[in-house]
Ligand binder design. Sequence first.
Ligand code: SAJ
Length: 449
Amino acid sequence: MIFNKLCVIGLGYIGLPTSAVFAANGVDVLGVDVLPEVVETLNRGEIHIHEPGLDEAFKEAHRSGRFKAALKPEPADAFIIAVPTPFKHNETGDYNGQPYKLADMRAVASAAESIAPHLRKGNLVVLESTSPPRTTMELVAPILEKSSLKAGVDFHLCYSPERVLPGQILRELIENARVIGGATPESAQAGADLYSIFVKGKIIQTDATTAEMVKIMENTTRDVNIALANEFSRLADKFGVDVWEAIRLANLHPRINILSPGPGVGGHCIGVDPWFFVEAAPELTPLIYRARQVNDAQPQFVVDAVKRAFLARAAVPGGGESAGSILKGKKIAALGLAYKPDVDDIRESPAAEVVRILQKGDAAVLACEPFKPDAKLPGITIVPTLDEAIRDADLLLLLVRHTEFTQLTPETLTKKTKARIVVDAVNGWDASAWKNAGFRFTRLGSGKI
Ligand code: SAJ
């Protein structure tokens, strides 16, 4: 199939880089977003998200005249849907008294609705958004068929999951293997023709539901493995073992690859997608369900480590504070709010959850996020600089392993802060350096204060 014009619905972390790469490869792209400010920013040649290399790639697409943004789709040869599939915040399901989260598929449904009036015979529609099994055939196909054209007969329909890692999107978009699941084998072939325009990785054709399942299985595997690492951190804490050292040693085994514990799982993928399986079949997913619970409880584990660090200090003569009230009035500098290292995305961030729990205990927390100094999060005080966050703090809490933070040394910080207690939730700092500089140092999952 030949593709001269492409319409990409959703201009976020996936839709925008995908648009830029298609435009760079000679395809005219109309990018569509429901947010007028996003459309205006992009049509000015600027971008609204941070992703290494995206600024240059997008500017090139904009200069070439091959990319335009709009609020509504237009007729095209192919349509890609790359909109968010979050979970519902105000509604849960219930299985034997156990609540589970529900997928909010409204953005996918309305993207399909917006395409239907423009659909022509021979077009290709691809869903890229991570979606519960059977979404392509049972949600998207019927909406598109309101056009009176039939999926797999009059137009091609595919599911092709995005699998790129934030922070490395542009490279992975091109180099990663691409799974393309078609409503029919002919649809899968049309999808393969589209992505072969820029994909250098292997392109594998399958059916739509298999492709949907592949994507959720990948993210669920990661979630369960992170939950295991987090559970190990709790065990190590109990036994006075340093979990990071134990993991390093275990990973010397040729068939073991334990992931890293931390403040929990954030972002809009790994902490969300496993729920799609639970919602689809709660009776078949006890392990996936428990892993979600373990990871969601991890911010509280970080807060417990902070409390212990304060209590250890209170235990010295003149202390006398109790575990219940230990956080009251304590000044804490929270270093990092992004959901993971070296990205600016603060959505669904476990670091922010840690701050919220600390504040519930009446701690006074000043947070800083170098990738988004002007970030706003309800109920959280975010200051623009690290210096401001740490100046009057009693305790420094490292929550995100940003390179900028891991390069900090106790020597440089000693003069800038009153704090002499450090809690490192991400194994970002060298314990002995901080101890030698006179700090009381705790690392999450090390069992030692
Ligand atoms: N995390 C840990 N310990 C680890 C690894 C990660 O606590 O050892 C935490 C991170 O700090 C973060 C969360 O997990 O809070 C998720 O981070 P991530 O780097 O594992 O994944 P994402 O959400 O940035 O991107 C994932 C990727 N999926 C897989 O690696 C299987 C990516 O390939 C997907 O395209 C993306 O989800 C997506 O959009 O679905």
